[in-house]
Design a protein around this ligand. Sequence first.
Ligand code: SAM
Length: 222
Amino acid sequence: MHNYQDTYKHKGQRRQLREVLQSKGIKEASILDAIESIPRHYFLPVEFESHAYEDKAFPIAAGQTISQPYTVAYQTRLLKVNKGDKILEIGTGSGYQAAVLCLCGADVYTIERHKVLSETAMQTLNTIGLASKIHFYVGDGTRGLISEAPYDGIIVTAGAPSVPKALVAQLKIGGRLIIPVGKSAEVQRMVRITKVSELDIQTEAFDDFSFVPLVGDNGWSL
Ligand code: SAM
């Protein structure tokens, strides 16, 4: 059981994590401030709690992972969040990325295919007062979330075999989709798609990452 205590030691470790991310090229104060203020140790299974401020991914329930802080910061940076932006996250997982987006000023909608993860994320986010500011959904995010579309940004936190057209369709003009894409389950290229107009889509490719698979109608099949 978590005891949900955020000690000076944890705060010191977060300051060090901030410096690690800065040294890896993350410059945006809003993202670094969010990471420095969110108790990541609440989002991990208790057995990994003492490793929470290492810049690493860790296992969570349902065979899934909480992303590495650098990956969270990297995707958030590519998303270019402006205050009040309506953002859809696909893959709630632990809820940590949703917390970062929320503290960066986004109005966050997050969808997860495993109900148990969505419920645990909601409980964790409740302990830091963010659950009421985030909209949780359970379902297949490869279809997007049409009931709340369009979005200023969509962030996919699982590896996709290709870019789901449904997600591009749910972007506003000027909206950004950040998605790791790769034909192998081991490595994906981070891609940003910007909807310049209804007919004009800009695609940019960035670094390689390794995510758990995006499973669904427009993703990998089980
Ligand atoms: N953003 C998460 C965090 O901050 O902890 C990390 C997410 S983990 C790397 C990827 C998540 O995507 C997993 O929880 C997985 O169950 C979820 N996922 C995979 N396919 C999905 C889909 N089609 N719809 C919604 N969630 C999906």
